[in-house]
Design a protein around this ligand. Structure first.
Ligand code: C2E
Ligand code: MG
Ligand code: MG
Length: 255
């Protein structure tokens, strides 16, 4: 794949350390006439046109290559999370991941894959096997947009998962009242009891931050801290202490 595709990176803030521990790789498409086009527009198209396998493979290679680049710049590389479409999730994908990790010589724990509930619930023997194969490689597995699909809770406990990403709609809904807030707390409690890391996506206000922090979320991603940015800008964020300071201010505001 080329033709104007780029990867942007958005930080994940760990609330234990107030430091960046990871980031999400988000694909962008620079159209010669129309400018930057959102993946919300072109990913469904790529899926329809059968290009998602190639695009998804490219994203994995980009992420691994970026981890190596951060290392070579003397930075402590963050974990990079790559989104995986349900249409590309199969045994061939698993071997691509293995080959790419080996080729770039990176620590597999620095790669995370974000799967949708659809992948898990397809309940094909083959995808369950793929999940276990990936886990054996040492990569992390996350469930993206959690709470919007139809995950069976008993399945959740059987899959080798590391993390749940609470869908942004719940974070937004929290602003609309206590009932939604208790829904978020319930998801967090359930995730914790399954020993999963809880990530909140789409956090863009200090009120949301404070609620999620109180409620026990482990990791926060959102415009409150940073939008997705090109790798060079992300490297600058990695080397700075600005989020720790921002969080101190958020907490001082609250006190
Ligand atoms: P996602 O995986 O749920 O990614 C999170 C989306 O939320 C990103 O949108 C991110 O920019 C946005 N976001 C993060 N924080 C905030 C916030 O505080 N406020 C608001 N309004 N938005 C926030 P983006 O980059 O437009 O990506 C949209 C979706 O496109 C992703 O949703 C993912 O499903 C898909 N996507 C992106 N890259 C890839 C890829 O390489 N492969 C596949 N299969 N899908 C991808
Ligand atoms: Mg994602
Ligand atoms: Mg998401």
């Amino acid at each position: 794949v080329d033709g104007g595709f780029e990867v942007y990176y958005q930080p994940y803030l760990d609330l234990q350390t107030n430091a960046i521990t990871g980031c999400e790789a988000l694909v962008r498409w620079r159209h010669p006439q129309r400018g930057m086009i959102s993946p919300a527009e072109f990913i469904p198209l790529a899926e329809e046109m059968g290009l998602i396998v190639e695009l998804g493979a490219w994203a994995v290679v980009e992420a691994c290559s970026q981890i190596r680049a951060f290392l070579r710049q003397g930075l402590r590389p963050p974990k990079i999370s790559v989104n995986v479409s349900s249409l590309q999730f199969n045994a061939a994908f698993t071997s691509l991941v293995q080959r790419t990790i080996e080729e770039f010589g990176i620590d597999p724990c620095l790669l995370e894959l974000e799967l949708t509930e659809g992948v898990l619930m397809s309940n094909a023997e083959a995808s369950i096997r793929s999940l276990h194969d990936l886990k054996k490689l040492g990569v992390s597995l996350s469930v993206d947009d959690f709470g919007t699909g139809y995950s069976s809770l008993s399945y959740l406990s059987e899959f080798p998962l590391d993390e749940l990403k609470i869908d942004r709609s719940f974070v937004i809904a929290f602003d609309n009242g206590p009932r939604n807030a208790s829904l978020v707390s319930a998801i967090i409690a359930m995730g914790k009891s399954l020993n999963l890391r809880l990530v909140a996506e789409g956090v863009d206000s200090s009120a949301q931050y404070r609620f999620l922090h109180e409620a026990g979320v482990d990791v926060i991603q959102g415009f409150l801290f940073s939008k997705p940015v090109p790798a060079d800008d992300f490297a600058v964020l990695l080397g700075s202490n600005r989020f720790a300071e921002q969080i101190r201010n958020l907490e001082r505001e609250a006190a």
